[in-house]
Design a protein around this ligand. Sequence first.
Ligand code: PMP
Ligand code: GLN
Length: 447
Amino acid sequence: MLARICFPATANKIAFFNTVRNIRSISGMSKFDLPDRLKGSEKSVWVEYIQLALQYKPLNLGQGFPDYYAPENVTNALAAIAKSDNPLLQQYTRGFGHPRLVNAIAKLYSKLINRDLNPNKEVLVTAGAYEALYATLQGHTNPGDEWIIIEPFFDCYVPMVQSARGIPRYIALKPKSTSGTVTSGDWVFDRKELENLFNEKTKGIIINTPHNPTGKVLTLDELQFIANLAKKWNTLVISDEVYEHIVYEPYKHIRIATLPDMYERTITIGSAGKTFSVTGWKIGWAYGPENLLFNLQVVHQNSVYTCSTPIQEAVAIGFELEMERFDQPECYFRSLAQELLPKRDFMAKFLREVGMVPTIPEGGYFMLANWSALENKVRLQEEIDENKDYRFTKWMTKNVGLQGIPPSAFYGPEHKHLVEDYVRYCFIKKDENLKAAADILKKWAVQ
Ligand code: PMP
Ligand code: GLN
């Protein structure tokens, strides 16, 4: 201070050099390393594979999104909202969910789960299903709490549990057979093993039905088994149901919240991106009992606070329309699965024709395929990843021009080897692109 008053120029120089020295000295310090609770989460299959797709421009059957226009009901609604004479539609809306949207969500699920939901207390609108998962896990985890996760799992579950200082405990779905016709129903968990995972530290179990990436639709029997364990050990259930409307006959989506005494302990998660084929809109929701949702609200109000108003308004309009035509075949909740069925079957056929063994999904829009019969056609040694499915998918992206996702990204460290001979392809794509994928694979396989 004295130096600055007496010799301003010199004092400024000293301050400048001190700053430079500080920058130099902090740059090497562990103080700015990734915090411990985030360590182990550095790798993301999406970041890596989207970058690969940008670089090599393959036919992209990797990340799950439609490559064609979204339904006009919602896109026209959004266009009209942008030009609306109500200026408030371009401004902040209610933090826990735009009134029109929470009303629509509460109305729909009150019907689907046969219970009157309070739109203001039992529904939270989030930035995609991602944020609903995040708010649930942040809001319901104390250090050391255990979360049971069924492998394969949507990959963000684990980093979210760990960043909340929880502990993931894994149980793997394993295919009962790997030849002949395999369906997602053949991927099962060992009941004894699941039972043994529950203990007094268990905070909850995360389930995902219809399932990404297998397409498994959990049966009533499987859900009852899980529900009984959750009740026995007094745990929560997070039910990720983002593909709830994409189920192929004769399978039926069952919401675990509808089983006896389960609503009280279940947080159910949905996604407008998946429901209306607008994955870029990033609106999701959670619904469940008021006391459980309160914890999510606390996380949400201090992180995201409020989601995009025009997009919430457009999603609300989408829901209102679908509810009006709920029992009709044109209802998007029905027509989407109808539209996807021939795509699913076409993909299964061409994968079989090239010698892969597809797992026929009961729901969702992904297909796992075992490619081990084609291993001699891939120069796996040219890629350096530890897991074979990563090497396969990268090599295929670069050399054959077709991208899929390595499913070991959806397993914990112990079980990645179970799916090293598999790839996940997405089939919510234009017919011409599915045909192009078939041609690419056939050309490569006959070489
Ligand atoms: N859960 C699962 C199982 C998913 O596949 C996805 C990807 N859509 C999400 C959650 C996240 O959904 P959103 O894009 O709405 O955040
Ligand atoms: N849910 C989509 C998938 O599984 C997208 C995931 C993402 O982009 N993070 O492909």
